[in-house]
Ligand binder design. Sequence first.
Ligand code: ATR
Length: 277
Amino acid sequence: MGKVFGLLGHPVGHSMSPNIHNDAFNQIGIEATYHAFDVEPEFVKEAVHGIRALQIAGCNVTVPHKVAVMEYLDEIDEEARLIGAVNTIVNQNGKLIGYNTDGRGFVQSLIEELNEDLKDKRLLLIGAGGAARGVATALMLYGIRHLAITNRTIEKADPIVQLAKTLKTPAEAVDRAQAEKSLDEYDVIINTTSVGMSPNIEDMPLDLGNLKREAVVCDLIYNPLETKLLKVAKKEGATTINGVGMFVNQAALSFEHWNGVTPDRNRMRKIVLEQLG
Ligand code: ATR
């Protein structure tokens, strides 16, 4: 019998992960299947123990379980520990190891789209939740030299500023008004909040009046493919990057952790775009 992989989340009905991973297994010739498991929050512990009991080879973990699964794992990779969340579990002969490929997936997509070094760019992160922490951690481990964080609730940016201290990266929290006023100081602006996500597609997390033309504006959102933030940025002449690349890369990195081979990311991207219609 082939290996079984899965997704632990709630809800998981609209997940694109089964399609892209099952296609990659077929394509590469790995005898395995990937199934989305809808796990109610009260059953997270049982679900993780179930991975061992049923000898499931590996899992992705999504909302709302990325933090909750951690205490039931045997080992947490350094990056996932810094982020404080796990999106990938590898079952290594009964030992469950947690990784986080979200942030790295984003950084990879940013580097690929820009085709240049990020280290000396001035970056502004919008948001301070779990997604922001993943992106911030990966950017700092990559070696950026400065990070600004803005958030509706500014105090919530403090833990990311603290993390930056640990990783010896200069970072500061700036309130929304200040960020908007000095927006032309930033080379890369990254929205990690859900503001602008379908169905609230007219919402924007930040006013882009002072955006510089050479700026790059990224949105982790991929539904819609082009958020209002990206539409406005494009109109201003900026380069824009949506969340599809990050989604594909995090999946490809998980696949590598499980199988030791890299899947065809162009195929993955095609499937994602087809499914998003
Ligand atoms: P995720 O894991 O997707 O990051 P999260 O941890 O719940 O989710 O974080 C949500 C982020 O989106 C936060 O930065 C949140 O801002 P607050 O810390 O002020 O709550 C931001 N966010 C969500 N809805 C928002 C809204 N309507 N306006 C501005 N920011 C919003």
